[in-house]
Design a protein around this ligand. Sequence first.
Ligand code: SF4
Length: 291
Amino acid sequence: MRLETLLARAHEQTFDPRQIRLSEAGQCGRRQTLRALGYTPTPHTARELAIFDTGHWVEDKIAEEWESRYPGQVNRQIEVMSEFGTGHIEIYVEPLNHIVEVKTTTEKQIARLPLSSHVAQVTLHLHYWGQAWGSTAEIVYYVKETGQTLSFPVTYDPQRARELVVGLMEVKAAIELTGEPLPIPDDYQATSFPCAWYTLQGLMKCGFWAYCWGAQIATEPDKKDVVAVAPPLQADVQEYAQVRQQLQAVKTQEEILETRRDQLEAGFGCNLGSKASKRTNLNRKGDDVNE
Ligand code: SF4
């Protein structure tokens, strides 16, 4: 397929870049804030566009299969509303009250399935939409090399849903209260997933990589058009930001104390070591006397 066609399709299906996406709730929060604050990602490569296109093709195929079993009762792209942003359920099989999320994968990734970010997405679809009337859900993976499909059921986990909602609150607070992107998560690295990863085609990077790891930071974007915080949440979100700051301060203090403790322990080690060797020498002398 021609690149222009892929670009046109991608454009048609693009969400509002300033919206928080439920589909990315289990992923990098900084990325959500960068996008919503108007930072521009690098344009998709032809390869990425082809991957999206394959994803849509597979989704159509899976939907057709369900449709052949339940004609006229298979719904597509159901909008899921939340206080943070919207998501879309790809396939909903009405007679079964069943949600289907379709993803593509490769043979190499099979051992890691289902990916936690995909489970997070479906968990939020259940939380905001399906759980109220007891929907079931699954993630179907299409293995690109073989055409095989693998299905993984997703059970609603309220604790996980709460964690994801807290993550969304944090994203929303950064966008609407501070107007600054969230920091890079502590355990992320410039050359590790999800910031960058190696493929057969070479090093791939997150579209916002330059804003996190690159030397060149683009001009600060216009931050006017941000969504308003739902008033009932505002106090909680502010408190949450404070708690996180306090925890960070405690963590930093802990690191400083640990470093000092290690230095002191190293000193004790030297002293004990030299005393021990003196004692050994003394013993030797004593031994000499006794001999
Ligand atoms: S480069 Fe890494 S830290 Fe930055 S937005 Fe992308 S995934 Fe997040």
